[in-house]
Ligand binder design. Structure first.
Ligand SMILES: Cc1ncc(COP(=O)(O)O)c(C=O)c1O
Length: 386
């Protein structure tokens, strides 16, 4: 019997990454949950992550009865401030999540050292960072495991979708056993609705149309008419019954196609980053000074503006595809942050970035014209003032 589309996708992705094994899931957050569970995270443990993330990245920690411990970010790469990390590690810390924000690699040497000093595991959140390298090694190959997302806004899309990867045979065996025992299959209806959404996405989502289509999509998700990235049930830290779900064959086929064209996608993103850097530098804006041992592949191009609310309000009519990540330390703004152990003031740099940063498209449907229009737009808003 020939392997299923999902198996072929897992194998193709593992091969691209150079990792031992890949496991596909309904969403990236499910992959994170599987990894944490396989590492034995449970009641009373702590998991460290940056206080500038998506709440869907915190849910798996809470679902397992563990506690998130947030580290503030440094303002250039928006990644965990590694100077603060050792002070956050306690006897209860079980895992550190190195989230490569927007595609900028974390300072992996410092994270791995701090973790080794205290016998803590490191895993990588690569949901925003496919193809980025740190000291010539690709992100996703530093920690015990990594997880990836192929939701609508991610480096490539399978509608929604996620992967866990690992090079450690023991961990891979645990993940495999867990999937065999507990993973539920998506219903035929969900798989079909998602397939229809992928078709619509391919037909209508372009930089100029994204804002209008997204507004309609959110409304339809709210009404339960389409499969959104997150349901209202996911805004409380209690695991929905059908959370631990596998990937449908349609997602697997879509993923396989995307892996085949991945290098082209990544090259395009690298080129777009250069274009944005150049346009903003020419306009006299500060462009992030990224150390030369990092080669980021961005999922979106982040930029700090003087008035984020005005930028968000005016982007659609200016035909600009403007992203709002992250709207607060635990994106999106609707998150009841107290239920996730975040108190205002915990991560001041993350809170400042949430107020200032918008992000611009670098995906394969964006081009130099898109970048010029986007930069003209952010120029009309002005740079954030310190
Ligand atoms: C940094 C980060 N990690 C993980 C996730 C979860 O990915 P998914 O939506 O595939 O569950 C997200 C969600 O968008 C994210 O922004």
């Amino acid at each position: 019997m020939s392997p299923s589309a999902v198996t072929r996708y897992e194998q193709a992705f593992a091969q691209w990454l150079g990792a031992g094994r890949a496991f596909a899931f309904w969403k990236g957050r499910v992959a994170m949950y599987a990894i944490l569970k396989a590492l034995g995270v449970g009641e009373g443990d702590e998991v460290i992550l940056p206080g500038y993330t998506c709440v869907m990245d915190v849910n798996p920690i809470k679902y397992l009865g563990a506690r998130p411990a947030y580290v503030d970010i440094e303002p250039v790469t928006y990644n965990m401030d590694v100077g603060l990390l050792p002070g956050r590690i306690t006897d209860r810390t079980k895992v550190i999540v190195a989230q490569h924000t927007y595609g900028y690699p974390c300072e992996m040497d410092a994270i791995l050292q701090a973790a080794a000093d205290r016998g803590v595991a490191v895993i990588e959140d690569c949901c925003l960072a496919m193809g980025s390298t740190y000291r010539d090694k690709v992100c996703g190959t530093f920690g015990k495991a990594a997880y990836w997302s192929s939701q609508w806004n991610k480096p490539y899309t399978t509608g929604i979708g996620g992967l866990a990867t690992t090079d450690e045979p023991d961990l891979a065996d645990k993940l495999e056993a867990m999937c065999r025992a507990d993973l539920v299959n998506p219903s035929a209806k969900s798989a079909l609705v998602l397939a229809a959404q992928r078709m619509v996405y391919r037909a209508v989502i372009y930089p100029r149309t994204t804002a209008a289509v997204t507004a309609l999509f959110r409304w339809m998700t709210h009404k339960g008419l389409v499969i959104g990235s997150s349901s209202t049930r996911e805004f409380v830290p209690e695991m929905p019954d059908d959370f631990f779900m596998g990937m449908s064959a349609g997602q697997g086929r879509a993923g396989l196609k995307q892996v085949r064209r991945l290098e082209k996608n990544l090259a395009h993103r690298r080129r777009m980053r250069g274009i944005y850097d150049g346009l903003l530098r020419d306009a006299g804006w500060d462009v992030p000074q990224i150390p030369d041992y990092m080669d980021p592949v961005l999922v979106r191009y982040p930029v700090r503006v003087a008035d984020k609310a005005r930028a968000v309000a005016e982007a659609a009519s200016a035909g600009v595809e403007l992203g709002t990540w992250f709207e607060c330390p635990l994106h999106p703004i609707e998150t009841p942050m107290h239920l996730y152990d975040y108190e205002e003031g915990m991560c001041p740099q993350a809170e400042k970035a949430s107020r200032e940063v918008v992000n611009l498209p670098v995906h394969p449907r964006a081009n130099e014209r898109t970048a010029r229009r986007s930069v003209e737009f952010v120029k009309s808003i002005g740079p954030a003032q310190d």
